[in-house]
Design a protein around this ligand. Sequence first.
Ligand SMILES: Cc1cc2nc3c(=O)[nH]c(=O)nc-3n(C[C@H](O)[C@H](O)[C@H](O)COP(=O)(O)OP(=O)(O)OC[C@H]3O[C@@H](n4cnc5c(N)ncnc54)[C@H](O)[C@@H]3O)c2cc1C
Length: 390
Amino acid sequence: MYNATNFGSRVFRYEVVGLRQNAETDKTNHSIRNSGSQFFNVPYERMNQFMQQISRWGGKIISIQPLDGSAPLQANTQPTPPSTPEAAAPQPAKEKKVDIPVNIYRPNNPCIGKVISNEELVKEGGEGTVKHIVFDISNTDLRYLEGQSIGIIPAGTDANGKPHKLRLYSIASTRHGDYLDDKTVSLCVRQLEYKDKETGETVYGVCSSYLNKLQPGDEVKITGPVGKEMLLPDDPEATIIMLATGTGIAPFRAFLWRMFKEQHADYQFKGLAWLFFGVAYTANILYKEQLEELQQQYPDHFRLTYAISREQKTADGGKMYIQNRIAEHADELWQLLQKKNTHVYMCGLKGMEPGIDEAMTAAAAKNGADWQDFLKGTLKKEGRWHVETY
Ligand SMILES: Cc1cc2nc3c(=O)[nH]c(=O)nc-3n(C[C@H](O)[C@H](O)[C@H](O)COP(=O)(O)OP(=O)(O)OC[C@H]3O[C@@H](n4cnc5c(N)ncnc54)[C@H](O)[C@@H]3O)c2cc1C
């Protein structure tokens, strides 16, 4: 999916404090003092392993600087983003407590992002076209959290000669961006395409087609960020149930990358993340390889359940939709929902809501409860039911 570059050959200088003298640190070539900074030169491919070591040794990373004289990662140099958790470049250990950024850029004053890459996510034989688009935002003050959205204002004018209105898109990257340098934002965009019932003509969506055609270097008007509905709880022990159809995977990619691909001293996920992902064909499973890799790496913390409607069948021979998978796991899900730190997130096309409602109604009834009562009186009241459908 991504281009190969020289990113992997770089060496980084880590400043670390708080290392304790012990049997393991004794084996290293570095003298360990109880106070003051220690400096370590670490090649890119060993960064993740090094972070784990530092964490085991009780140290804190104060800064990470590239050593090869190159500028800090520039988004337009297209460094290779890590493809495996081992290769993931870690973050500075202590993230500042962040407030929720909203509307840093409004429609009358958008910022300009520059396209770094725009790559197809649907494989051969799949339905439609979905792009993973990375924008360089290093020349802006835009910042965001996982689960938020940004607005895109397509170039050109509408049928009345007025500038196009913005469309919202869920952010698919973590707050640190795909290159972990806090300088990019990524989207996962499906090109809207349908047949006009009266004329029979194929109609393409304005903004999704505009985004679909963007080339590296193109400049795009961006607004936002917006949204407080889909934010992750701080609790690293939480159970996070994610229900996605199609591009609804976008915020969950951000969640999962934050939980498993990045390293954070103040957010080391040890709970359960369970993704139910509904698509039409296997070729439409967006980010399939990375999701499955995470599942293999973290089998105790990440469950991945697909519903592939055109290929898989239910027990009674029907098409397998996400609600059918929920029904299969109804009792387990119901038990999980009783825990105060279980959150459910739903994202994708609006059409997914009634099916999920039906499946949850059945799950609750099986356990002698009324779904609507539980949803309103418990889950929503406690801020544990999060929906963003479009
Ligand atoms: C919070 C939020 C997050 C979103 N996140 C994402 C995301 O991550 N990825 C993503 O791809 N999209 C996302 N969307 C949807 C996105 O905002 C746009 O609505 C979508 O890309 C279509 O915009 P467009 O300009 O291409 O289509 P437009 O040119 O605006 O056309 C849309 C219009 O076409 C008509 N239409 C659509 N389908 C049909 C049909 N089958 N038959 C007849 N008429 C039809 C409707 O009138 C509809 O309003 C999100 C929306 C919201 C609100």
